[in-house]
Every structure is written in C-alpha cells, then in structure tokens.
Design a protein around this ligand. Structure first.
Ligand SMILES: Nc1ncnc2c1ncn2[C@@H]1O[C@H](COP(=O)(O)OP(=O)(O)OP(=O)(O)O)[C@@H](O)[C@H]1O
Ligand SMILES: [Mg+2]
Length: 482
C-alpha cells in the first residue's frame, strides 16, 4: 500500500518536473488572470454606468420639479400630476418623489412611498450629496437609490426640498446574474485551460521528444541515423542540426577507429604469420645448424619489424595524450639537417638520388626536442628517397620567420595523386598498397610526423604534383608557449 503510494508520489513529482507541466501551468495562470481581469473590469464598468444613468435620471426628475416650482409655483395640478400620477403609473424602475416645505412637512408625495421607504429617516439619509444618488434599503428589503435637492418656490425666499427615490432591484438582479456568470466562466476556464494548455505544450515539445528518442536508441551500430528537422520550429531545427553534426563527427571518428583496428590487425598478422610459417617449416624435420641460424635470423628480422610497429603505435598513442611532454633544447636547425643528410647519404647514393641541404647563413635556432625532430625529418627524407627516381634530387631546406621556423623536404619524385593527398596523414595509409607493403612501409611515417608537430604546437603541410614532386613543410612556433 505504502509502496503504491510512494510510486504515485514519484510519478507525480516527475510530472511536475516536466516542461509540458510547467508550460501548462503558465498557460492556466495567464488565462485565469486574463479572464479575471477582463470580466472584473467589465463588471465594474457596468456598475459605474448603471449608477451614472440612475444619477442622471434622478437629477433630471429633480430638475423638472424644480423648474415647475420656480416657473409656475401656483400650478398645483401640474405638480401633482408630475409627482403623484406619472411616477405611480410606472411598472418598471418605480420611483417616488416627495416635496417637503421649509419645516420638512410633506406637501406632495407619490402614493405608496410610505409603504416602501422609512420616510422620516430618508430625509436624514439623503442630505449628504446632491449630485450623486445614495443607496438605501427599503422597508421590505428592496434596494433604492435616493437623491434630494432644495427647490426655490417662485420668486420668494422660500425653499422646499425635493426627495426622490428609485427602485433599483432590477439593476441589482442584473448585476447578481453577471456575478453568477462570472463564477461559471471562471470555473469553465479552470476546467478547459489545463486541457487545452497541455495539448499545446505537448504539441510544442514533440520535436524535443523526437530528438531525445533518436538520441536514446543511437549506438555504434546505427550511427548513420539522422534527425529529419523538416517542420521543426527554428530553435529545434538548429538543435537537430547540431545533433546531426555531432553524429557526423562521431561516425567519422568511429569509422576511422574501425579502419585503424582492422589495419593494425592486418599489419601485425603478416610478420607473425611469417615467423610462424618459418618455425613450422624448420620444425618439420631435422635441420642443419646453418638452416636453423637462417630461420632464427629471419624470425629476428620479423620480430624487429613487429617491435618497431608496436613502438610506432605506442608513440602515436602517447603523442595524442595531453600528458605527453617534450625534452626541449636549443637546436641549430642547419646543423640538425646536415646531420640527417649525412645519415641518409649512403642510402641516397645507393638509389642514385642527390641529397642536399639549403639553409640560411645565419643560424636558425629554436627550442625543440632533438630526437623527435630528427625522427620527423628522417621520416620525410626516407619517404622522399623511396619515391624519387635515380638522377633526381631531394632538398632539405630551413628558414626562419617572425614567430616560427619552417623545415621543408622537397623531392622531384613521382608525386602523390590528388585524391590520395588528404589521406596521407592517416595511420596505415599507403598510396599503393601492394608496392609499399613489399618495400616494408607500414603507412605510419607521416602520422608520426603529424604527432610530433602536434606535440610541438606546430603543423605539417603537404603539396604534391603527380610526376613532378612532393614538398612537405613543417612549421613550428619558436616560443614553446605559442
Ligand atoms: N615524398 C613522397 N612522394 C610520393 N609519395 C609519398 C611521399 N611521401 C609519402 N608518400 C605516400 O604516402 C604514403 C604514406 O606515407 P607514410 O610515410 O605515412 O607511410 P609509408 O612511407 O608507406 O610507411 P612508413 O613511413 O611507416 O614506413 C606512402 O605510402 C606513399 O605512398
Ligand atoms: Mg614513410
């Protein structure tokens, strides 16, 4: 029982936390406030208008009697007709007039007035304001508006008093009906607005739910799914577009990672298979010491290849870690390039390629990690040598700019096809799979160069023309903080 209660309390509190509920609550609040405001102001306007028209009517009547007293004080018949007959003949909005002399003794009275109103009190009650009628309760509870005014008789110094009272029970009934309707309208508003408001709110936030639904069921297997933002309001369309962009990025990264894993598996399998095959063949029968030596030599070669590959992968993983740090030291770039040229002189000569350096006369000095930079430039040189035909040359250049230094390795080799150019920095990417595999390249060289530049806060750019040659440029900021 208490568990059930707790569950419904939970559900209720979750409902209170929803956007639909909050929007509905605001709709209802605003709607009810508007209804109360408009109906109440109309009501008070009506009350004021009724009061005004009653005032005018009473003042008008008083004026008629006053004029008669002033103009024709001796025409008692006309006065009697006005006071006793005309008003008594009315059915609707019955009114009563009384004319009192100076000593407050009644001269003329509309018949029936004494039955409706407490006459001695009336005189005291009406004395306050002559322009505005006063509300007074009649003898049998009926509401009256009363007004009184002095009236000069003829040209004399005498002044009579006119008292007039009008039955406003019809008006009161009208206002009572109005008030009753007001409560009905308010109740109706309270009943209908939450329903309408909730529907509007739900309709408004439907796209948000849609986005949430798609986001919820997207996993690595259906990263290609996208939200269709057609018909969404612009705010939500931009949310959907942002979400789709994020999915684009995720999908691309995911593809790259899958490709990368497949490539690693493939590249690790080849040397392992070679080692395994050699060992199996060697063990198939007894071998001479010479044969064993050869097999072990070959296994060692593959082992070295494997460990280099694993070393490269580890290096790349570390280069991307934010915790990686450099051993910076002052390096003369010209000297560094000369060292690299010397190192690659023999293989270049073997291929019949000329290897030269072009550095400015003034030394270019920068704070860099020597080992890593040697490795980066070395990778570029070995690429250039591998793709340059005999008789052509490879140039190592350096130059200093305001805030950075540039190292350029350019060759006059075969070049890279434009469609492959954007991918050469990808791990394991080789333009010509079959040829590079045979020549021993793993496709990690340029990725490592890029990793080293990342660590130095620099960048690497490649430009190439098929059949003309390739230039790779490293730009590294001089100050480490830059
Ligand atoms: N100077 C160049 N001229 C022509 N093609 C190049 C040049 N440099 C790189 N490439 C192409 O880009 C590909 C990727 O180069 P990268 O250095 O990353 O790998 P790799 O040289 O094949 O292998 P690794 O450097 O790991 O031994 C190469 O396979 C090659 O096809
Ligand atoms: Mg390479």
């Amino acid at each position: 029982m208490s568990w059930n209660l707790k569950r419904s309390a939970d559900r209720l509190s979750r409902f209170w936390g929803t956007l639909a509920f909050r929007l509905t609550a605001w709709y209802v609040l605003a709607g009810v406030a508007l209804v109360i405001f408009t109906t109440a102001s109309l009501y008070f306007l009506l009350v004021a208008e009724l009061q005004k028209s009653t005032d005018l009517f009473l003042a008008d009547k008083i004026n008629v009697v006053r004029t008669m007293l002033r103009e024709r004080p001796d025409d008692t018949d006309a006065l009697r007709e006005e006071i006793e007959l005309e008003s008594a003949a009315r059915r609707y909005q019955q009114f009563y007039i009384r004319l009192l002399d100076e000593r407050n003794i009644p001269l003329l009275t509309t018949p029936g007035m004494a039955e409706q109103l407490d006459l001695p009190r009336l005189t005291i009650q009406t004395q306050s304001s002559p322009e505005r009628a006063k509300s007074v309760k009649g003898k049998n509870g009926r509401p009256f508006f009363v007004m009184s005014a002095p009236a000069v008789v003829g040209g004399s110094a005498y002044s009579d008093t006119i008292e007039i009272a009008i039955d406003v029970s019809q008006q009161e009934a009208l206002l009572a009906r109005y008030r009753q309707r007001f409560w009905l309208i308010l109740l109706g508003t309270l009943a209908v607005f939450p329903l309408v408001g909730y529907q509007i709110a739900r309709r408004g936030i439907r796209p948000v739910k849609e986005v949430a639904r798609i986001a919820r069921h997207i996993s690595s297997t259906n990263l290609h799914e996208r939200i269709q933002p057609e018909g969404y309001p612009s705010e939500l369309a931009s949310l959907a577009a942002t979400f789709n962009n994020m999915l684009d990025g995720l999908e691309e990264s995911f593809d790259r990672i899958s490709r990368f894993s497949a490539d690693i598996a493939h590249d690790l399998r080849t040397p392992v298979n070679i080692i395994r095959g050699e060992a199996e063949v060697a063990l198939a029968r007894a071998r001479t010491v010479e044969e064993y030596r050869e097999v072990l030599g070959s296994c060692l070669e593959e082992g070295v290849r494997l460990s280099n590959l694993i070393g490269d992968l580890l290096f790349l993983a570390r280069a991307e870690s934010p915790l990686a740090h450099l051993h910076r030291e002052s390096i003369d770039i010209g000297e560094l390039l000369s060292g690299i040229r010397e190192y690659y002189e023999a293989p270049a000569a073997e291929r019949g390629v000329f290897l030269t350096t072009e550095v400015p006369l003034t030394p270019v000095i920068a704070q860099l990690d020597r080992t890593l930079l040697q490795r980066a430039v070395g990778n570029l040189v070995s690429n250039a040598l591998a793709h340059t035909p005999p008789g052509k040359s490879v140039v190592l250049g350096a130059s200093a700019e305001a805030a950075s230094i540039r190292i350029e390795v350019s060759d006059a080799g075969e070049g890279i096809p434009p469609e492959a150019l954007p991918r050469v920095f990808d791990r394991f990417f080789r333009v010509d799979e079959s040829r590079s595999q045979a020549s021993g390249g793993t496709g990690l060289g340029l990725a490592i160069v890029q990793g080293i530049m990342l660590l130095h806060g620099g960048k690497v750019e490649i430009a190439s023309q098929l059949g003309q040659g390739t230039q790779v440029t490293l730009s590294i900021p001089v100050s480490p903080a830059a």
